[in-house]
Design a protein around this ligand. Structure first.
Ligand code: ZN
Ligand code: ZN
Length: 348
């Protein structure tokens, strides 16, 4: 639990900083929200005002409404909010994702949001930031998780797709973040074929193109003739479309799912995909440890995934004061299986 006099407190609405009069990624509507990124479990509708990075503005307005009151901030810029000094720093997770650093009363806290350390051509790289206290996620906080580079996974995807010229290849992935990362990796490999998109993915492409992310040409499947030949085409779609009526127009497609959860034994088969590609937008075990070390924090709180295990490791092996941040965080989505669910809103 957080000490009662700590800079941040856990309230029914979420993490609260009284000095700033603001909540970070609140679970319920609040007057002032500081948003780490635009995934649905971090950015929710109904708040009075949203502070978020300028590069996340396009997605946030798409998802929460064009009329939200949004104060766009640049990475690294220092803002005075109430009595606190607040800055947003790149988290390397998805376009516009940020860690949020708050400072007041001579103490500094860093809230990671979701983050990763691996290179991702669709967003800015993770920036190591120092603070007295670090609240880190641990979605993949087990030593068995060690990611391969995205470009290597993209090569496997291309091989899978191009080896089946007689079928459509439907690659399922989270609509925000993962889909655009895969597309950007394909562009890095020199792929210039037109890639087809489910409407949920297509709807989020404009902010990426406006941000200057290099991507292959894309088109909504729905804009094609009903009888169009889709053999040999690569199609990106969200997991919710798997086995839905949307699938009907594809004759005998091959299917795959791309997610960090594909590293879990049996996960692919359980969900009925022919192939699984392991690609995560969260830090792996080494990425979590290096981020904690680089933060220089004397106290660490851990949320999501294996919060108990990572906290114990930090304490026993690294000698850092660390504990899981319990309460609503644990109840909300600490469970591995829940997060592995097809409908998990988070871009794992
Ligand atoms: Zn998340
Ligand atoms: Zn996320």
């Amino acid at each position: 639990m957080l000490p009662t006099d700590a800079l941040l407190q856990l309230t029914p609405q979420g993490l609260y900083c009284e000095a700033a009069g603001a909540w970070i990624d609140p679970w319920r509507p609040v007057p002032r929200a500081l948003i780490t990124h635009a995934h649905a479990d971090h950015a929710r509708p109904g708040c009075g005002e949203y502070w978020a990075t300028a590069s996340s503005e396009g997605i946030l307005r798409k998802r929460l409404g064009a009329g939200i009151k949004l104060i766009p901030v640049d990475y690294g810029a220092l803002h005075r909010i109430g009595e606190a000094r607040v800055s947003f720093h790149s988290a390397g997770h998805v376009l516009g994702s940020a860690q949020i650093r708050l400072e007041a009363g001579g103490e500094s806290w860093l809230v990671s949001g979701d983050y990763k350390r691996d290179a991702d051509p669709s967003c800015a790289p993770f920036e190591p930031v120092q603070a007295d206290v670090f609240i880190t996620e641990a979605t993949f906080g087990w030593p068995i998780y060690r990611w391969r580079p995205g470009i290597a996974v993209a090569r496997e995807i291309v091989q899978w797709w191009q080896n089946a010229p007689e079928r459509a290849s439907i690659l399922f992935c989270y609509a925000f973040g993962k889909a655009q990362r895969v597309l950007a990796e394909l562009a890095c490999l020199g792929i210039s074929d037109e890639i087809l998109l489910h409407g949920a993915v297509e709807a989020l492409m404009a902010p990426y193109r406006e941000a200057g992310v290099q991507l292959p040409p894309t088109r909504a499947v729905s804009s094609l003739e009903r009888k169009a030949d889709l053999s040999g085409r690569l199609v990106l779609a969200p997991p919710a479309a798997h086995r839905s009526v949307w699938m009907k127009r594809f004759k005998t497609p091959q299917t795959a799912f791309v997610s960090g959860w594909m590293a879990v034994r049996g996960a692919r088969r359980r969900r009925g995909y022919e192939r699984g590609f392991v690609l995560s937008d969260h830090a792996d075990w080494d990425g979590l440890l290096s981020s904690v070390r680089e933060s220089g924090a004397r106290q660490v709180y851990v949320t999501h995934g294996n919060s108990d295990g990572l906290a114990r490791y930090l304490h026993e092996v690294e000698g850092i004061a660390a504990e899981p941040l319990g309460g609503a965080f644990a109840a909300e989505r600490g469970d591995n299986e829940a997060a592995a669910n097809n409908d998990a809103p988070d871009g794992a």
